[in-house]
Write a protein that binds this ligand. Structure first.
Ligand SMILES: [Zn+2]
Length: 295
């Protein structure tokens, strides 16, 4: 399941293909993939926009879209609105995509038959079709004027926040540390794999009470999260279970660096105690019962 490093890798992989491309036609073959607006409106409204930027916020991809004032549709309406507001006509919107469990982008020749797991299709002005492949169908797309409508409630980015900010936010929360790390309003982009890996590096048991962590432990956790994310981004993310592939079909390589995830019964890299798999907040959770203690 894609987490922050996989989404960041997807953003970086898409940029050279999509920046400057204009969307000429859109099709939606599984309505629920488009969360906003209604699929019929989405198909019409997105046509004519040029993709001018792609960024990541938490586990969301954010595509900046712009339409030149000279370009066909909406023109008259924009001019009137701009005149009324005494501002130059600028038609900009945002396409936001969450990959959820199995969402993937791919580029295809339009004449190649669509397969049943491809649910949104954007024909580009370079003749290729960008298709959204999503086996489990949990991925979601939004076309909005303001990205805050979708990503506004997310907590800070782990690679942008200061240690002081992390400590302050941690001190304001209760509950077990692992579910807190997975809470996207606390910190954005941490999912199941990277939460377990970070807690192992910081030697913190996933069921520790967040309020009971010492300043040193909280500091170690902050450093661990950032270290794990930087390293994972550097190798293109984790291709653990075939739900994540890079745009060119390559796998990420961070699965080679995993310290606990997927290693139940295997010796801890620090102390050689067998790694334990348990369930925390309904999520499979790996930890070392010797290095990561409850007290
Ligand atoms: Zn250990």
């Amino acid at each position: 399941m894609p987490e922050l490093p996989e989404v960041e890798t997807t953003v970086r992989d898409l940029r050279p293909h999509l920046i400057g491309r204009t969307i000429q036609r859109a099709a939606v073959t599984w309505d629920r993939t488009v969360a906003h607006p209604a699929p019929n409106a989405f198909k019409k409204e997105i046509v004519g926009y040029t993709i001018t930027g792609i960024t990541r916020r938490g586990k969301y991809l954010v595509f900046a879209l712009e339409k030149q004032p000279g370009a066909q549709l909406r023109q008259a309406r924009d001019r009137r609105a701009a005149y009324a507001a005494q501002q130059p006509a600028l038609d900009s919107r945002f396409l936001i995509v969450h990959l959820r469990m199995t969402g993937q982008f791919g580029f295809h020749e339009p004449r190649v038959k669509r397969d049943k797991h491809q649910h949104v299709h954007l024909l580009l002005d370079d003749g290729r079709e960008l298709r959204f492949h999503d086996f489990r169908k949990f991925g979601r797309w939004w076309l909005v004027d303001n990205p805050e409508h979708v990503v506004g409630k997310l907590g800070p980015e782990p690679l942008d926040m200061t240690k002081r900010e992390f400590l302050k936010r941690l001190r304001a929360r209760r509950g077990h540390i692992k579910p807190l790390l997975l809470n996207q309003t606390f910190i954005a982009g941490v999912g199941n794999i990277y939460a377990d890996e970070s807690l192992w590096y910081a030697k913190i048991h996933p069921l520790r009470d967040a309020t009971m962590l010492t300043d040193q432990e909280a500091s170690d956790l902050y450093n661990a999260i950032r270290k794990v994310f930087r390293k994972a981004i550097g190798v293109g993310g984790t291709s653990f279970d075939a739900t994540y592939k890079r745009i060119n079909g390559q796998s990420g390589e961070f699965q080679e660096d995993l310290r606990v995830v997927g290693r139940a019964g295997e010796p801890c890299y620090r102390c050689e105690t067998p790694i334990v798999k348990t369930v925390v907040g309904q999520r499979g959770t790996y930890y070392c019962p010797n290095c990561q203690t409850r007290t």
